[in-house]
Design a protein around this ligand. Structure first.
Ligand SMILES: [Cu+2]
Length: 379
């Protein structure tokens, strides 16, 4: 966890490391300068890239910094560029890092050595999608949606970084204009957008959008789902849980006019958890899966439901703030089933596709219902 708050726009240089095995934090070596509103990106080689944020003097911190495997920091001194808050950074299939916004011009970053930026394709939108949302919904494929506060927009764009000449193109607009909304990758590869506001202004509750909507990457069609009862605006969050539900929480600090800070959470159950009659879906089960997995390795998944499994998918554990989940990633795996009821899947081919870390493994059945996930450490 990097950076932090001295005061508005003035960032701390702190780095803190969390050990999930002991549930303890330790303070790491400090970065060279403060960062208020940076983005962390797990790199294929196990390093952690930190981009943007405002420094201790309230100025943009233009030098990305890399936390190295030996626990020291490396400044990318030849990659000097001032950027907006919480830049949408994604590891591309070729190993570079792609900046997808929210500004109009996208960029490529080579984070090796002292770093280098090169220009990428421009968005179709001619305005910055400030506090829109972005997600890599499939290997090398990114969706950006909404953003802007004057007023917020419903437009979306997608790009395929697997293409030899990636270009942004329009996808279908959302059903609601939103900013401060959150895009969450679900176990079946669809993208859930929750919360946000459609009215002009930095954080206006009158246009709060209560209905989530779901984007199908196959058809690119949006579908409206059951509304929440709590407005999720600035500083709200959403993250996929291992049971396939979505934790949607918070908002406020400062609260929108007429609202109070939300210290509460709601849990959303997507349609795949129900049968058509509204009763709970039958769900495939995972009874066994390896805790550790090497790139390209075949592995068997214990399940009594192999015959009905249609997808074996990974979703990287999320790390979400300010309308952008910095670490979720959806990866569909190839798999086969045997006449004996066995199920064998093949792990992601390399660390560009799946940067090292912890992923949720889901089985999806022929009705679209997901299993409860097993956590796998891929490296
Ligand atoms: Cu904030």
């Amino acid at each position: 966890m990097t950076g932090g708050n001295i005061s508005g726009d003035h960032g701390l240089p702190n780095a803190n490391l969390f050990d999930y095995k002991t549930s303890t934090w330790t303070q790491g070596p400090q970065m060279s300068h403060g960062r208020w509103y940076p983005t962390n990106t797990a790199l294929p080689n196990g390093e952690m890239l930190v981009t943007s944020g405002e420094d201790e003097n309230g100025l943009p911190n233009p030098i990305p910094e890399v936390w190295q495997l030996d626990g020291t920091w490396r400044e990318l001194t030849t990659a000097n560029k001032s950027m907006g808050y919480y830049p949408w950074m994604f590891v591309a299939p070729d190993g570079r890092v792609f900046y997808a916004g929210w500004e109009v011009g996208s960029l490529w970053l080579d984070p090796s050595g002292t770093g280098a930026w090169t220009d990428g394709p421009s968005h179709l939108a001619t305005f910055s999608r400030i506090y829109g949302t972005a997600v890599m919904y499939d290997i090398g494929k990114i969706l950006v949606a909404g953003g802007v506060d004057n007023p917020p927009v419903d437009s979306t764009e997608v790009i395929d970084l697997n293409s030899p000449k990636p270009r942004w193109r329009s996808s279908n607009p959302m059903l609601h204009a939103r900013h401060h909304a959150v895009a969450t990758s679900l176990p079946d590869g669809t993208v859930l957008v929750t919360g946000g506001s459609s009215s002009a202004g930095v954080n206006d509750a009158t246009g709060a959008v209560l209905a989530p909507e779901l984007w199908d990457p196959g058809t690119e069609v949006w579908k409206e789902l059951a509304p929440t009862t709590v407005k999720r605006l600035y500083h709200s969050t959403a993250v996929l849980m291992t049971d396939g539900r979505v934790f949607v929480a918070g908002g406020g600090q400062p609260a929108a006019e007429g609202e109070t800070d939300n210290f509460n959470a709601q849990i959303f159950s997507p349609p795949y958890l129900f049968k058509i009659d509204g009763s709970p879906a039958d769900r495939p089960q995972i009874t066994d899966a390896p805790a550790e997995l090497a790139y390209g390795a075949q592995f068997s998944v214990g399940t009594p439901d192999a015959a009905t499994v249609t997808q074996v998918n990974l979703v990287k554990l999320g790390s979400m703030t300010h309308a952008f989940n910095q670490s979720q990633q959806f990866i569909k795996l190839s798999f086969s089933t045997g006449p004996d009821g066995s199920l064998t899947a093949t792990g992601p081919q390399n660390a560009n596709i799946a940067p090292p870390g912890h992923y949720m493994l889901f089985l999806i059945d022929s009705n679209g219902a997901p299993s409860v996930a097993r956590i796998m450490h891929i490296r």
